[in-house]
Design a protein around this ligand. Structure first.
Ligand code: NDP
Length: 448
């Protein structure tokens, strides 16, 4: 494993998040590779950390003042062992190859856990949609898709949304794909209902994370009702995690964006959440405005490179739903000291490795992103099925399937962890179960 990690670092220098993700997975896989020598002989993990294909391209576009901008676009097609590449597109200034490599790598395992036939991929651009007009976003998306369209397709690679890519961006991307390819197909997920989307897809990641949390709590005879919950972020995942928490009788008390966080000691209720959804999705405002609108709430600005004080708010459960590495080792220690019983990751890799160790040592119920937030891609998989069959399932039907998938992921993680002498360890369970499914497919398909 040490050689493998050293190779990954040497071949992808500077891609720190990717190294972090590989290290975390590799550590869990030692017992399974010891037990199955063929995985080592066939160099399954060495093959898995090398993407099948990386596409990088220029994205030129013109702003509302006639100025020309040039961004960089990416698509990483990591593994197609169990289905077409599947994973979101992220538009954020922090996007670079290493960030997308980590996300694509994690996606392979996550998708394998969903029980659906989806390979792993990820893509995006360093374009920042914040502060851009709708027309600017449209021109950017059209330029991005003009290149991407030649590499994707409903049986090849099916992108979706992620940070900075919501239903507006998916609409513009889909429109351009359709125009160039002259084909109306399920090439993207996260589409609006009227043109091939699935009910519950916008809700799926947030709802799924809370369903997963319920499953974890149930193993200790507890429920989410009455629990005070910290939620970070205020985008798609955070909004629907809060919605489901409210529905189940929990009390979410925080939300954040990259500028700061709000703490509402009275709890965020339905009415306040509707206001947040309008603020973030329609008016595209900042979370600071919450504290201006609801005076009992306080706003704390982000201190660059400082501790994230959101995690110092006393609570029972934590749902990081913003971005990677948002919980440091110290933040995790604070959460543990404050008696948090559960951490369910709506975001991808939001906890640094030291923080993960703290949670595991303290016996916190810790649901890593690749298991806890898999509901989003799972319903994307259901959207692909509905597109292919040209039918639409009801809200209840999709929600029921989502619940079933989250319960199945939870069961698989627990059973696998048990089998490998790490009872209750969801990191070990998720990594091994996801890996074995992909590894077996790779053995069947030969050295490709
Ligand atoms: P959105 O763009 O809708 O929301 C992202 C939220 O996180 C915003 O509130 C944003 O604040 C905040 N945020 C982004 N970057 C940073 C940063 N560097 N520091 C602090 N806050 C930040 O994205 P999603 O809700 O879709 O995604 C959130 C997380 O969930 C990501 O990790 C994503 O990979 C993961 N995820 C998403 C899925 C989905 O279906 N959408 C599926 C599975 C995982 P600001 O407005 O200031 O940028």
């Amino acid at each position: 494993m040490e050689t493998l990690l050293a190779d990954a670092v040497a071949r992808s220098p500077g891609e720190t998040e990717f190294h972090q993700a590989v290290a975390e997975v590799a550590e869990s896989l030692v017992p399974v590779i010891d037990r199955h020598p063929r995985y080592r002989e066939q160099r399954i993990l060495d093959r898995l950390i090398e993407p099948e294909r990386v596409i990088m391209f220029r994205v030129p576009w013109v702003d509302d003042h006639g100025e020309i901008h040039v961004n960089r676009g990416y698509r990483i097609e990591m593994s197609s062992a169990i289905g077409p590449y599947k994973g979101g597109l992220r538009f954020h200034p922090s996007v670079y190859l290493g960030l997308l490599m980590f996300l694509a790598f994690e996606q392979v395992f996550k998708n394998a856990l969903t029980t659906l036939p989806m390979g792993g991929g990820k893509g995006g651009s360093d374009f920042d949609p914040k502060g851009r007009s709708d027309l600017e976003v449209m021109r950017f998306c059209q330029s991005f898709m003009t290149e991407l369209q030649r590499h994707i397709g409903p049986f090849t690679d099916v992108p979706a949304g992620d940070i900075g890519v919501g239903s507006r961006e998916i609409g513009y991307l889909f429109g351009q794909y359709k125009r160039i390819r002259n084909e109306f197909s399920g090439v993207l997920t996260g589409k609006e209902l009227e043109w091939g989307g699935s009910l519950i897809r916008p809700e799926a990641t947030g709802y799924g994370t809370v369903y997963f949390a319920e499953e974890m709590l149930e193993t200790r005879g507890e429920g989410i009702e009455g629990k005070t919950c910290l939620v970070s972020g205020s985008g798609n995942v955070a909004q629907y995690a809060v919605e489901k928490l409210i529905m189940l009788g929990a009390k979410p008390v925080t939300l954040s964006d990259s500028d700061g966080f709000v703490h509402d000691p009275d709890g965020i209720d339905d009415e306040k959440l509707q206001w947040v959804m309008d603020l973030k999705n329609v008016r595209r405002g900042r979370i600071l405005e919450y504290a201006e609108r609801f005076p009992r709430a306080t706003y704390t600005p982000t201190i660059p490179e400082g501790r994230n004080r959101l995690w110092a708010v006393p609570a029972d459960c934590a749902f990081p739903c913003a971005t990677q590495n948002e919980i440091s080792g110290d933040d995790a220690a604070t959460l543990v000291a404050n008696g948090v019983v559960l951490v369910a990751e709506g975001a991808n890799m939001p906890t640094v490795p030291e923080g993960v160790d703290r949670f595991r040592e303290a016996g916190v119920l810790y649901g890593p992103g690749k298991a806890a937030n898999a509901g989003g891609v799972a319903v994307s998989g259901l959207e692909m099925s509905q597109d292919a069959l040209r039918i639409t399932w009801t809200r209840e039907e999709v929600d029921l399937r989502l619940r079933g998938i989250m319960a199945s992921i939870h069961r698989t993680c627990r059973e696998t962890a048990e089998e490998y002498d790490a009872p209750g360890d969801y990191v070990v369970g998720a990594n091994i179960a996801g890996f074995v499914k992909v590894a077996e497919a790779m053995l069947d398909q030969g050295i490709v």
